[in-house]
Every structure is written in structure tokens, then in C-alpha cells.
Design a protein around this ligand. Structure first.
Ligand code: SAM
Length: 284
């Protein structure tokens, strides 16, 4: 890695969140978390200088790596040219990856810039063909916010846990990156609930699989409208946030909450994902 940086005179771009992994131990941890086998197809987000890409390619059948920075793409094409199972694609992962990619039953691996964490998770969990698993390196605090449980829930945690079961697999010290970021990182593993449910069908029907979205778009929109209203002022009681945000009379909100065994004085942070789902289902 040091040689590459020197040879190509690389100046990392802050705006693209470029902190490169320079620690073999950390790379091993990520690869282990992805649990790759010779049939796996991996979509790598933000390969950078390819530290992870090579290791992924040694274990998986095929690696598709999407990188926004044209300079990195040039370097990767040169340095990874001997790997026949790696495809490098230049582009913004939030714009370029859509149904035109005919891959399914794939895994996502990536050491993501901070600002991409939430949009990437959301995009892929909502996709018609969600990945089997996402293994992401994120800021430690963001990882902890995603896996948290009541009484410390937050909007991001509810959004991820609605679709998936997230867990922190391990931590990575900030010393494992160059340039060194201000905070440590966490490796999180996110397994889509949708795919768990469909794993039987998946085994039977590998080639023609088309997964349905986990729930109807209508339910999803309603779910997030209600959750957002609940969290609109995190220190306030649910009865206040919900009646104001959804424009429903306080008395109606009160009986709606009580019917679900939730005290109107509770705060949004204290509800678990199942309680949110029941609450949304029972709003007539
Ligand atoms: N995977 C490399 C590693 O671990 O050393 C680089 C990780 S670095 C934290 C994040 C990488 O994501 C950078 O190479 C950056 O250029 C790339 N990137 C940033 N925004 C992107 C986007 N929207 N789509 C694709 N790649 C992006």
C-alpha cells in the first residue's frame, strides 16, 4: 500500500472519505465476517486502492467493485489486471447500481465514507433484490447507533432494524487507516430479514429468483411517516410528537398508544421495532 501511495503520488480526498486500510489484521477480520465461498458474488463499494478487493477476489467467484474516484479506477485497472474475476466500474454507487445489474443473491462488502453509510444501507435494503448480507466498515459510533436497542433507539436504528438484523462483528482502531481518521471504526454485518424468510425458496430457485420487497410500498411509507413523527423531537413524549406530526387529536393518539400497551408519556427511544410495527398496523 505504501509503495502504491508513493508511486502514484496519491493525495487522499477528504470529500470522498478516503481513509485507506493499511492493516492486514483488519482486512482479515472484514473478509472473515463476509464468510466467502467459491460461489459468492461480491459487490464492493469504494475499493480505493484495492486493499480489500484482492483479498475478496481470492475467496469469491466474482467481485464487482464500484469506485467514484477516476484516479483510483485507473490505478486499480493497472494493479489488479491479473485478477480475472474482478470488474472495476467507475461511478457513484448511489446512482449507478440499479436493476440493470443482473446480479442477485450477492454479498456487499465495503469500507465506506461516513456520509455514505445511511444512504447505502437504505438503498440496498429497500432494493427488490437485496444482498444476502452487507459487511460494512463504519464509524464506531454509527455502528453502535445502528445496533442499539430500547431505551436508546434512534431513527437510523429503526430504519435498519425494520429491514434487517444488524450486529457489530468487531472493532477496528483508527490506527489501521491512512490517513488516520479521528475516530475508531466498527465492522457491522447486516442480514436482510426478507432474505432470511426466503432462504428456502432461494435454495430451490436460485436461477429465477425475483424477490419481492419485504412489505408493500404503502406500508413502508406509512411506517416511516409515523416513525419520523415519533422521533421529531426526541426528548418529547410520544403523545405530543405523534399528534403534532401526524395531525391527529391527542385523545385519539392516547387511545391508539394504550391499545398497544404503550404509555403516552413514553419517548420514541423506548420502543422496539416490533412495537413500531404493531403501532403502525393498528392505526386506522
Ligand atoms: N476500500 C478502500 C480501503 O479500505 O482501503 C478505500 C476505503 S475509503 C474509506 C472509501 C472509498 O469510497 C474511497 O476510495 C472513495 O473514493 C470511495 N467513494 C466515495 N464515495 C463513493 C461513491 N458515492 N460511490 C463509490 N465509491 C465512493
Amino acid at each position: 500500500m505504501r509503495n502504491l501511495i508513493k508511486k502514484y503520488q496519491i493525495r487522499p480526498l477528504k470529500r470522498l472519505g478516503q481513509n485507506f486500510l493499511i492493516d492486514k489484521g483488519a482486512i482479515k477480520k472484514i473478509i472473515r465476517a463476509a464468510n466467502l465461498g467459491p460461489k459468492d458474488i461480491v459487490l464492493e463499494i469504494g475499493p480505493g486502492l484495492g486493499a480489500l478487493t484482492q483479498e475478496l477476489a481470492k475467496k469469491a467467484k466474482r467481485v464487482i467493485a464500484v469506485e467514484k474516484d477516476r484516479r483510483m479506477v485507473e490505478i486499480l485497472k493497472e494493479t489488479l489486471k491479473d485478477f480475472k474475476n474482478i470488474e472495476i466500474i467507475q461511478g457513484d454507487i448511489l446512482k449507478i447500481f440499479n436493476s440493470q445489474f443482473s446480479i442477485f443473491n450477492y454479498k456487499i462488502v465495503g469500507n465506506l465514507p461516513f456520509y455514505l453509510t445511511a444512504p447505502v444501507i437504505r438503498k440496498f435494503l429497500e432494493d427488490e433484490k437485496p444482498p444476502k448480507v452487507m459487511v460494512l466498515v463504519v464509524q464506531k459510533e454509527v455502528g453502535q447507533r445502528i445496533v442499539t436497542q430500547p431505551p436508546d433507539m434512534n431513527l437510523l436504528a429503526v430504519s435498519v432494524q425494520f429491514y434487517a438484523k444488524p450486529e457489530i462483528v468487531s472493532y477496528i482502531s483508527k490506527k489501521s487507516f491512512w490517513p488516520q481518521p479521528k475516530v475508531d471504526s466498527a465492522i457491522i454485518k447486516i442480514v436482510s430479514r426478507q432474505l432470511r424468510k426466503h432462504s428456502e425458496a432461494l435454495r430451490r430457485e436460485r436461477s429465477s429468483l425475483r424477490l419481492r420487497v419485504p412489505v408493500s410500498r404503502q406500508f413502508r411509507e406509512r411506517f416511516f411517516r409515523i416513525v419520523r413523527a415519533g422521533f421529531s423531537q426526541p426528548r418529547k413524549q410520544l403523545i405530543n410528537n405523534l399528534s403534532k406530526g401526524l395531525k391527529i387529536e391527542r385523545e385519539r393518539v392516547k387511545s391508539w398508544l394504550l391499545k398497544n400497551n404503550i404509555q403516552p408519556t413514553q419517548r420514541a427511544e423506548t420502543l422496539n421495532i416490533q412495537e413500531w410495527i404493531s403501532l403502525v398496523k393498528s392505526l386506522i
